[in-house]
Design a protein around this ligand. Sequence first.
Ligand code: BES
Ligand code: MN
Ligand code: ZN
Length: 501
Amino acid sequence: MSELPNISFSKPSAPKKGVAVVFVDDTLALGSAASELDAATDGAITRAMKVADFKGASMASLDIVAPAGVKVDRIVVMGMGKTAELVEYDWLRLGGAAMGAVSAAKADHASFHLERADGEAVTAEQATDVALGAKLRGYSFDKYKTLKKDEEKPKTKAAKISICVETHGAADDLWKTQEAVADGAILARDLVNEPANVLGTEEFAQKAKELEKLGVEVEILGQKEMAKLGMNALLGVARGSVRPPKLAIMHWKGGKAKAQPIAFVGKGVVFDSGGISIKPGAGMEEMKGDMGGAAAVTGLMHALAGRKAKVNAIGVIGLVENMPDADAQRPGDIVTAMSGRTIEVINTDAEGRLVLADALWYTQDRFKPAFMINLATLTGAIIIALGNQHAGLFSNNDDLSARLTEAGLATGEKLWRMPIGPEYEKLIEAKFADIKNTGGRPAGSITAAQFLQHFVNDVPWAHLDVAGTAMGSPETEISKGWASGFGVRLLDRLVRDHYEG
Ligand code: BES
Ligand code: MN
Ligand code: ZN
């Protein structure tokens, strides 16, 4: 795998080698590093901006190769637009775009000269957001590409990036925190990208177990323990696979001993063939990513523990594989969930909600959390509704929804609230049991959420349908696409803003 960049912060100074990235707003006024370079190169920056009709628009960039008169190999001019209008996510995008220029140049060294021409200092938060964006952009999943031509290969040596900024001391401290979040998002991406032959249920549980080295307490329940608890909805899904079902419970105790915990629950279907209601062949390979919810929960726990968040947080992930087999669950089967409700399985491909039914019930029953948020690549219908740009948000609580929506706007991991309500109940009424696991084509994402609500009791709860955002996600400044790590930054932000201390 290509190595992620090594990022450090230092005081503003003259660029010495590699790529110098200078940031310029839409006034085109040059900061001190840019001015120095411009003077030493006989006005190369000023001239390039003029020739290219560069207006300093946000994310627009100019690449000046081998400028005479200075030691650097390249000068990249990165547009910031109107600096005062940049929100948190824009700083990440700037860092990502700058990192893109460094990678394209295959440079070992780069310096980012973060200055504002209006005299305001770039804050430590903004500087570490740039670093976070750069680190995330540096990620690629190419460990299985043994035949890639040398010249196509990303550098295997990690690029050294020095961010030169007035607030470097504070940024240095803050980066210890922010880097944990980057690592959490990268862990989530790795989990989603790994194929199912490599990352089965046991291997995933092992990944969760490895969080113990960060101080997370981890329990793994197996088939026997879950059978004893009555988790027949989850266990029914796992029947067709030779991979044993696992429930991983991650417990980060960073808050006061008696403080009520908050809980995150993830769908972890390591591969979703559809089971007996088997999926069509086209695109089925993407279903290795059907554990994107569980990956986000694991990545989040990594982030919270890594930055020693002052909160008690529980992560619960249901790990199964959905396969057809002589012993697989059938359409028409009726299972009794841990809650005591009976479920008629109409379609074995609506398996995520069966896994979550027991994982959610177990979580509220055992931990009595202040809230539960589950993440799941639950329905194709959410992609029809929202595309890959927003995740669907379903909730029984307006305050929690508002906080989540706000965290989404700040982090760029955006949510769009969708309805649930008693009028949808009729669609999941079963002929032979309490409820059925599908409601037909209309409102497919809503009936899935409505189904989940049966298993949350009266706990404040939100369900994030991340089928279009955790996997199959578009390329952005901070992601090369497909596995995005969606949910880690979002939920870290939610915790940071409202549930610590
Ligand atoms: N894992 C899928 C949903 C999915 C689809 C995730 C596309 C990512 C991309 C889920 O288990 C599923 O198969 N859902 C069915 C539900 C249907 C049978 C009611 C769907 O969306 O078609
Ligand atoms: Mn399915
Ligand atoms: Zn699925």
